[in-house]
Design a protein around this ligand. Structure first.
Ligand code: AHN
Ligand code: ZN
Length: 335
């Protein structure tokens, strides 16, 4: 709170009343037609990275949120009640989903709906479950242990909870659906072949076939995956560029305008199987993945991916802010 932005000429009275906890976005470089100028001057609330960080800490305090465990059940209740503080329209979609090894996963996709009557909608999503096995840990003794999942799971949820909180304080004026997917990270371990791509992202596969509103659609979607590590690099990932290149460019343009070019790289990288793949293929909502990924790095994903070290010590508030500020700006500028 408390940033006073006084950089513009017109509407100065409106500015003074609104600028206590947010700012006007954009500099109006894109177009000179009236509508474009108007949307460029829209109010964007200030993303609070401390708050997002706290939401990640809270998730980790439950323990690894592995499906069919007590920690997972307790965290689901907390996520649902957190959303209910921010909107009355919360849906928990339950399903028993079959994992690659035959285990039936008691899964819950947790959905917060803002402005349900508005036909103009945006989808924001992340997965909230934790991987049951740290199968990429350098120490073989850790590979059967669950992942704390601060970055791989917790970070996207933390950013989206903070966005939900901001939208409860300042109505974005369009429809927004936040979907927290379950059972994303129960995919087949690499040593067991690892070729079964559809063993990942079970919650988003289920939701895409059975959306919370029959015939659901949205203008576009943004998936957040591993958006909290220090020095993260979000590249232009192949599945996103195949299905939603315009959305990707628009989000990257906003990020660069806001000064986050060190995080949002224009490097084109390979296609990934993640929740956005099924939303694109099945529901046909053009959806991008903001993901810390570059196939030319040793691990592809961030350093502690699928290890027991994916804990709070990795989470950096500046990265959370870069993503949260960018996504909030895209949402409010889409009105
Ligand atoms: C695969 O490894 C096939 N997809 C990565 C999706 C993922 C796992 N995101 C987080 N954890
Ligand atoms: Zn994972």
């Amino acid at each position: 709170m408390g940033r006073i932005t006084l950089h513009i000429f017109l509407y100065s009275i409106i500015f003074l009343t609104l600028s206590g906890c947010g700012e006007r976005s954009g500099s109006g470089t894109k177009s000179t037609d009236n509508k474009a100028v108007e949307t460029k001057n829209i109010f964007v609330p200030e993303f609070n990275a401390d708050s997002a960080y706290g939401f990640i800490e809270k998730q980790l305090a439950f323990g690894p949120r592995v499906p069919n465990t007590a920690a997972h059940k307790a965290c689901a209740i907390w996520l649902e009640s957190s959303f209910r503080r921010f909107t009355p329209n919360v849906i928990v979609q339950q399903a028993k989903l079959r994992a690659f090894n035959g285990t039936m996963l008691d899964s819950k996709n947790i959905i917060a709906v803002f402005n349900p009557e508005n036909q103009s909608r945006i989808l924001l999503c992340a997965h909230w479950d934790s991987r049951p096995w740290a199968d990429h840990d350098p120490d073989p003794a850790n590979r059967k242990k669950p992942v704390p999942a601060a970055n791989d799971g917790g970070s996207g949820v933390g950013v989206l909870l903070e966005i939900a909180r901001q939208m409860s304080l300042h109505n974005p004026g369009l429809g927004v659906d936040i979907v927290l997917f379950d059972s994303e990270d129960y995919g087949e371990p690499q040593e067991m072949q690892g070729t079964n791509e559809d063993s990942w992202a079970l919650g988003s596969q289920h939701w895409s076939k059975n959306p919370h509103v029959p015939g659901y659609t949205a203008r576009f979607g943004i998936l957040l995956d591993m958006v909290g590590a220090k020095g993260a690099t979000f590249t232009m990932e192949g599945t996103s560029m195949y299905y939603a290149p315009d959305i990707m460019r628009r989000v990257w343009d906003v990020a660069h305008r806001l000064g986050y070019e060190s995080y949002f790289s224009t490097k084109k990288t390979g296609a990934i199987t993640d929740d956005h793949l099924y939303v694109n293929e099945i529901l046909k909502v053009p959806t991008i993945d903001i993901i810390d990924y570059d196939q030319d790095r040793e691990k592809g994903f961030f350093e502690y991916w699928h290890t027991v070290k994916d804990d709070m010590s990795n989470i950096d508030k500046e990265t959370l802010r870069a993503v949260g500020h960018t996504v909030l700006t895209v949402v409010y500028e889409s009105k």
